[in-house]
Design a protein around this ligand. Structure first.
Ligand code: CA
Length: 178
């Protein structure tokens, strides 16, 4: 029993330490999403100027991140299809793990495919896959698994650390950016 409690304490301390660097605190609610400029898998350049005027979602991920990344991508799509989602890799290596941005997008699209029936599920057509190392570092995000909701003025209105599994949660967080 004592051992269990100690383990829980260690786990709680670990979780607290992990959350200390995130931006979900009320006090940081108005943090501006940093300037960035990145060429995505569709060869288009995305930056703050291009994104201003409409809310958007940034998912910090990586070429090699399957979960929570893929699950979160499809939960967002399930909640609201065809949203503009910038999927940013926190891995500075070009073609990390030998995966190009195009490969990465295709792997994500294939995540909900059913090989036995040939059903290809949905295709994440409005998601743009790019590097986001500098922006992530400015926000204290250096590993995959954080999703940020940004309003039309470029402010971060909500941050989700970890997997998005419930479409309703996406809707609630998206609402903060409207
Ligand atoms: Ca698919």
């Amino acid at each position: 029993m004592v051992k269990t409690n100690f383990s829980m304490l260690v786990a709680l301390l670990f979780i607290s330490a992990g959350l200390a660097g995130c931006t979900s605190d009320e006090s940081e609610k108005d943090q501006v999403f940093p300037q960035f400029s990145s060429v995505a898998d569709n060869d288009e350049t995305y930056n703050k100027a291009r994104m201003s005027g409409s809310p958007f979602i940034v998912m910090f991920s990586a070429e090699w991140c399957n979960n929570p990344c893929h699950t979160s991508m499809f939960t967002i799509w399930e909640a609201i299809p065809e949203l503009t989602v910038l999927v940013m890799s926190t891995d500075p290596a070009e073609n990390a793990s030998g995966i190009t941005l195009q490969d990465w997008h295709e792997a994500a699209n294939a995540f909900d495919d059913d090989d036995s029936t040939g059903d290809t599920g949905v295709t994440l057509t409005t998601y743009a896959f790019m590097k986001g190392v500098e922006a992530g570092e400015e926000l204290g995000v250096t590993s995959p698994g954080t999703v940020m909701f940004v309003n039309a003025d470029g402010y971060i209105t909500a941050t989700k650390v970890g997997m998005l599994e419930e479409p309703q949660e996406v809707l609630d967080l998206w609402e903060t950016a409207q």
